[in-house]
Structures are given as structure tokens and as C-alpha cells.
Unconditional design. Structure first.
Length: 319
């Protein structure tokens, strides 16, 4: 079990996977919209070759082809030694999320900020990989090119397909986690391999006083909030969905981010003025567990089966 102490030095929690979870989770559209087209069939005449990602900076505007964006996004969201078939599955998720925005906007030009998923440009990839650039670039390029045009859809429509680093042993039910019926394709699936990951269980130690102050800030209270005065609402997977106090409530994810916890699946025990918070898994727990997907690929599962496993009600189509 990894142990973290609030107020001291924090260890890196899965350098690649955790950064992917934070980047995706911050703007995860599925938490706010989970929208899909009501009309059946009828994909607009859009294609990978026509899609461009528009990036603006102080240096000006740059239009990045979709496939180039996907290579850079893979470099951010998975490690270099990630199994190829798992890279392909991740490429489909990333592409599907772009396609959903294309369908909703009716445009093949998507603003980079709308994607809520970082992607490295060519120069940044050179800097990241150095002398190993060619090896890693060709691998991710292969994952993208061998799934070219492929997306996962639910009832014929592109939908938001979330991913995260490591589950608490099972992925979460979208209806419970999001408290909406708009994401029936987010169903819980077992991820037993995740239980053996080094970062599956982690412990954060915090002084009781610090917890009370954190809750005060979280709820915007004028005085400290005693941590035992709050109640935690959990879903069937053990993740905290709500933190309630004095008629107010905040999300479990907001609480997790406040304390920099690995996940919202946690327990708290008290001992001599200190609180020991033990978390299971890393990230929000919705959709595809990157760790489990990687293990499946290492054991010979191809990318289509991986997608079907985590999103059993979705199908892969090629445009």
C-alpha cells in the first residue's frame, strides 16, 4: 500500500495514468451532458481526413489533423510500454469523443479546448522521448492508423466514452455515479486484475484539524466543520457520490480533489488525532480502466474485445 501524508511531500501516483485521469476528468463531458442524438442512423458526412483540431496560442492558430492529435493524445494518456491492442482501444475512445463533438456541432473543425484531453505536438513528443522518439511514435501511429475511422457508438450515435487509470475492482454504474439515466451504456464490469496493481490501495494521513478546515473551505462555511458531522453517500461500487453537511451537499469528486485523494472510493479511520484515509483505485471509475485494458491486451485480447467488454452495449463502426 502506498502511503501519503497531507502537508508533506506527495508521491507521484501513476505518472502517466493519473495525469490522464485528471486531464480527462476535469472537463469530462459525460459528467455534465452524456448527450446523444435522438435521431436514429444518419451520421453526417464527416470523416477523419476532414476533421481538424484548432489550437490557438500566443504563437497563433494551428489546425491539427485528427490522426496527429490522436497520436499526441495517446502519448499523454498511456505509457510507452502499453500493449498495442490496448493502445488501439484507447485510440478508439479518443476518436469517438472527438466524433461526438463533431456530430453535436455539425462541424469537422473542433476547438482543442472543447476536447478536455491534452495532446502533445510533434516538438513536444521529440522532447518527451528523445532518442526513443521513432520507436514510440511509430507504435502510437500504428495504433491510430490500424483503427482509422473506427468509433464506438451506442444505438447508432456517438457518445462520451470515459476512461480512467485503475478501478476499485469493478467499474462504476453510470446511472448511480452520475445520477442520470442518460448513460445506460456505462455499466459496471469486473476488473479483478486491478486489485493486484501496486497503486490499487493507497493511504493518505491527515490531521483531524486539517480535515475540518478542508471541509470548511469545501462548503464555504464561516467556521470549521467537524468531519464527523458530515455524511458520505456511496454508490454500489463503494465510491462516494455526495458529501452532505447541514442541508448542503458537494460531490464526492470535489471532496477527492480537495484532499488530492487517488479516488472517491475510500474509508476513513481515526487514531490519536490523525485520520487515515485508504483509497481503492485511481480516478473516477467510469468507463474503461486503462490498467485492466492493458492487462487484457497483454493476455491476448484484441482491441475490439476490450471495447466490447467495457462498453457491452456499444458497437464499433467505421466511417
Amino acid at each position: 500500500m502506498k502511503r501519503l501524508r497531507i502537508g508533506g511531500n506527495k508521491t507521484a501516483i501513476g505518472r502517466y495514468f493519473l495525469s490522464a485521469a485528471v486531464l480527462f476528468c476535469v472537463g469530462l463531458t459525460v459528467f455534465f451532458t452524456c448527450l446523444r442524438e435522438n435521431e436514429e442512423g444518419a451520421f453526417q458526412e464527416l470523416s477523419d481526413s476532414r476533421c481538424t483540431i484548432v489550437r490557438e496560442s500566443l504563437a497563433g492558430r494551428e489546425e491539427v489533423p485528427l490522426e496527429e492529435y490522436l497520436i499526441g493524445a495517446l502519448a499523454v494518456s498511456v505509457p510507452e510500454d502499453y500493449a498495442l491492442e490496448a493502445c488501439k482501444a484507447q485510440a478508439i475512445l479518443l476518436r469517438s469523443n472527438v466524433w461526438r463533438l463533431m456530430q453535436e456541432s455539425g462541424s469537422s473543425r473542433i476547438r482543442y479546448e472543447e476536447l478536455h484531453q491534452d495532446s502533445l505536438m510533434m516538438g513536444e513528443l521529440y522532447e518527451k522521448w528523445g532518442e526513443d522518439f521513432t520507436e514510440h511514435y511509430e507504435k502510437f501511429k500504428k495504433a491510430v492508423s490500424e483503427t482509422k475511422g473506427q468509433i464506438a457508438v451506442y444505438e447508432g450515435a456517438a457518445v462520451a466514452l470515459p476512461f480512467f487509470p485503475l478501478s476499485a475492482g469493478v467499474t462504476r454504474n453510470g446511472a448511480d455515479a452520475l445520477q442520470t439515466g442518460n448513460c445506460p451504456y456505462l455499466r459496471p464490469v469486473s476488473c479483478e486484475e486491478d486489485r493486484y496493481a501496486a497503486e490499487y490501495e493507497q493511504e493518505t494521513i491527515i490531521r483531524e484539524k486539517e480535515m475540518n478546515r478542508a471541509l470548511q473551505e469545501l462548503f464555504g462555511s464561516e467556521s470549521e466543520i467537524y468531519w464527523k458531522d458530515v455524511t458520505f453517500v456511496r454508490d454500489d461500487g463503494g465510491y462516494v457520490t455526495e458529501v452532505n453537511w447541514n442541508g448542503q451537499r458537494v460531490s464526492g469528486e470535489a471532496f477527492r480533489e480537495m484532499l488530492s485523494l487517488a479516488s472517491a472510493c475510500f474509508t476513513i479511520t481515526e487514531q490519536e488525532g490523525r485520520l487515515y484515509i485508504v483509497t481503492k483505485g485511481v480516478g473516477h471509475g467510469l468507463g474503461m480502466s486503462l490498467y485492466c485494458a492493458g492487462k487484457m491486451a497483454e493476455n491476448g485480447t484484441d482491441y475490439r474485445e476490450i471495447i466490447r467488454y467495457f462498453f457491452p452495449d456499444c458497437e464499433i463502426i467505421k466511417n
